[in-house]
Write a protein that binds this ligand. Structure first.
Ligand SMILES: [Zn+2]
Length: 331
């Protein structure tokens, strides 16, 4: 994914752009201050919405150790880029963990600048009594251009796959009074050559089209993308491509768990799997930490490995998102 801005803020390049040698230091600092100040304004109004969270329901608790273990197992498959043997193994791993659940595929062939690839979004549906759907997405493919350098994407691809598996554990076997929750392991999120509108988000673009045609999009109350959420030094960026009310609701949920210091110290418009849905008017949020290592140095490098991650971060994001679902149910 990537972060755009006036300065072409992309998941790939926000941190890179800040360390770009052609930028004088004062400009870098001004940029960071600008982002932080802009975010201060946003925080001022988020407080007003926090009344929604005043109920006595216990806070959700995911099994963070188990989620971390999933991350380790997924990462241990090695590079899991589209079209690879490890990718197929991971597809089986995901589906094997969804036994007894209502599982569907959105599978197709993507025509890319590197050739044709099979792409498969895996969808697990947990029905609720309330009319409407909350969608949670996370990509499971790893970076294609880095396929030959031993890149394993523990955070970028691993953590998102794992947190969704843990969400499935939390949702399974419980009758939902609230909205239906659909978990989507998206495929082909990564660019095969260079991030652009046509070389990225292959799976989610296809799914958005499919759901537009079959009427599903109209039923979606909120769509949240999980990406790179395992960094031990967790800073979730406020994604300004997202719906402000949903971003605020996530912040309120984080506050309830005492996790707010990990949210929204910086902000910027992020391009990720949610964009095809944003473009179609679905309320979305990308829950992503784009400061992976100082100045994002580990992102899309062979250093994206398990030792950089922490179960605590999976717990913070997992509990916050489960609580956000609870808050959404009450709306
Ligand atoms: Zn990536």
């Amino acid at each position: 994914m990537k972060l755009q801005s006036t300065l072409e803020f992309t998941k790939e390049n926000i941190a890179q752009s800040l360390r770009e040698p052609s930028w004088p230091l004062w400009l870098k600092i001004s940029c960071v201050v600008l982002l932080t100040v802009a975010w201060g304004d946003a925080l001022a109004f988020s407080g007003a919405a926090s009344d929604a969270s005043k109920d006595n329901a216990p806070l959700p608790h995911i099994d963070a150790k188990r989620a971390f273990e999933y991350t380790r197992e997924v990462t241990a498959f090695g590079p899991r880029y589209i079209g690879s043997e490890n990718h197929k193994k991971l597809e089986r791993y995901i589906v094997d963990h969804l036994k007894g659940d209502e599982v569907e595929d959105d599978a197709f062939t993507a025509d890319t600048v590197e050739g044709k690839f099979p792409v498969r979004n895996i969808i697990a549906k947990f029905p609720g009594a309330k009319d409407g759907i909350v969608v949670i997405m996370g990509h499971y493919d790893t970076n294609y251009p880095l396929r030959n350098i031993g890149y394993v994407g523990a955070n970028d691809g691993g953590s998102s796959t794992a947190i969704l598996l843990e969400f499935a554990n939390q949702l399974r076997g419980k009758k939902r009074d609230g909205y239906s929750v659909w978990l989507v392991w998206t495929d082909g999120e990564e660019a095969v050559r260079r991030w652009s509108d046509t070389d990225s988000d292959y799976g989610s673009r296809h799914l958005a089209e499919t759901w537009e045609k079959d009427g599903t999009l109209k039923k979606i109350k909120a769509l949240m993308v999980m990406d790179m959420i395992g960094d031990a030094d967790l800073d979730i960026v406020r994604d300004t491509n997202g719906a402000p009310w949903l971003l605020d609701l996530i912040y309120n949920a984080a506050e309830r768990g005492g996790y707010q210091s990990h949210f929204y110290a910086t902000q910027g418009p992020i391009e990720d799997d949610h964009l095809p849905f944003v473009k179609r008017g679905v309320p979305c949020a990308d829950v992503i930490d784009l400061d992976y290592g100082y100045h994002n140095v580990f992102h899309h490098t062979a250093q994206d490995t398990m030792d950089k991650l922490s179960p605590k971060s999976l717990e913070i994001v997992g509990n916050t998102i489960m609580e956000t679902i609870h808050l959404l149910d009450q709306r």
